[in-house]
Design a protein around this ligand. Structure first.
Ligand code: NIG
Length: 395
């Protein structure tokens, strides 16, 4: 729902403004001017210019909208029984993906579209203004193309994840041929990215390399699910192929960390998934200390992480992974933008993930005077208002 339209808007009463812009840092008693869908001015409230309309946020903290760079929103059904079994001691296995694939194939287009729309709305209500989402619960040419088409109706950054699991009864290499051939052709018009689950029980490094190479040749950017369930070659492969991100990274070696630090590949950690699978937490502190770029994402999906709450992920990264609040906020905003290569704007596509002149006017106002409250009051509904593309979309 749009509460106000474009035009210039002066936002005052900002007790703390986390711009997440390296040149601007964190400002107190700040103001922001929005013009159309972009930020036109940022600075101290005492020097703010006039605008068509003014909004006083009453001494609250403002930060960029979350940039959630890893979700799987195109699905039907739930796996609560699998979750309960896991909480009783069973290990997570990639095979659960097949259960969701069955439920997703059975849903008609209108139902699937409504489910995705609802999840995007839910994320927005919690301050997420940019989202990536994936296919991966279709796993036939027709079902992957349908998932991609439905996702693209709601989300700008759609990822082809035909290589999520080898469907039951199919030969893995024959399935990879399908992924690299007719499936890729069918999804390509709807997607910007390609991803592969490079893991035991899913795809080998060699199969993953084939998928990523074919997708790169088709003009897609690359991402990798890597080193989630155990050590392996996912991180090294992601760096080798120049992937924008490698996600999960629970089991990394010193060589993996060094390779990430020396590369442009963002290490995306998924705190809610780590809790929900009782996995060793991804070493976000170690990665940051080594000089890698870290993103925090929700990994919203019915198997390993059914939450769209980036605030929960940020709180977990602070409370459990050893990040400071500013580090976690940066990883969940600018870090996500870097993972989606949206941190630098172009004339027709403004940057996201930071609050600076020219960036997209995506603002998240907390019902708190500082961002510290995100971790200090974990689990509390702290979103007070959201602007997306210059429009106030959450009151
Ligand atoms: O990112 N790791 C692979 N894919 C999802 C889980 C998918 C599922 O279990 O349904 C993830 O955790």
């Amino acid at each position: 729902m749009i509460l106000s339209g474009p035009g210039s808007t002066l936002i005052t009463g900002i007790a703390e403004l986390s711009t997440v812009d390296p040149a601007l840092g964190t400002l107190r008693d700040a103001a922001v001017v929005i013009e159309g869908e972009r930020i036109a001015w940022v600075g101290p409230a005492s020097r703010a210019p006039a605008a068509d309309t003014a909004v006083d946020v009453g001494g609250r903290a403002v930060l960029p909208g979350w940039v959630d760079s890893h979700t799987h929103l195109v699905f039907d059904g739930d796996r609560a029984a699998e979750f309960a079994a896991r909480m009783a001691g069973q290990a997570y296995e990639a095979g659960g993906i097949a259960v969701t694939t069955g439920a997703t194939r059975a849903a008609d287009d209108a139902r699937l579209d409504g489910l995705v729309a609802g999840r995007v709305r839910e994320a927005l209500a919690g301050g997420t203004t940019s989202l990536e989402t994936k296919t991966g619960y279709g796993l036939t040419v027709e079902d992957e193309a349908r998932s991609a088409r439905i996702a693209a109706a709601h989300v700008e950054d759609v990822t082809f994840l035909g290589a999520h699991l080898v469907p039951d009864g199919l030969d893995p290499d024959t399935y990879v041929d399908t992924v690299c051939g007719p499936m890729l052709d069918a999804v390509a018009p709807h997607v910007r990215w390609a991803d592969v689950f490079c893991e035991r029980g899913a795809f080998t490094v060699e199969q993953s390399r084939r998928v990523l190479t074919a997708c790169r040749d088709a003009g897609l950017g690359l991402r990798v699910h890597g080193n989630q369930l155990g050590p392996g070659g996912g991180v090294a492969l992601a760096v080798e192929v120049g992937a924008a991100s490698v996600d999960h990274v629970n089991h990394v070696t010193d060589d993996d960390v060094d390779a990430l630090a020396a590369s442009d590949t963002v290490a995306t950690v998924l705190p809610a998934c780590d809790l929900s699978t009782r996995a060793p937490l991804a070493p976000a502190r170690r990665l940051l200390d080594a000089g890698a770029t870290v993103a925090i994402a929700s990994n919203a999906n019915p198997g390993t992480s059914w939450t769209t709450s980036m605030a929960f992920c940020v709180a977990t990264a602070v409370l459990q992974m050893g990040l400071t609040v500013p580090e976690a906020v940066e990883a969940a905003t600018l870090g996500g933008a870097k993972a989606l290569r949206r941190d630098v704007g172009t004339p027709d596509r403004p940057a996201v993930g930071r609050l600076a002149v020219g960036a997209r006017a995506d603002l998240h106002v907390l019902d708190a005077p500082s961002a510290v409250h995100l971790a200090y009051r974990p689990g509390m509904p702290l979103t007070w208002a959201v602007w997306q593309r210059g429009r106030r979309v959450v009151a």
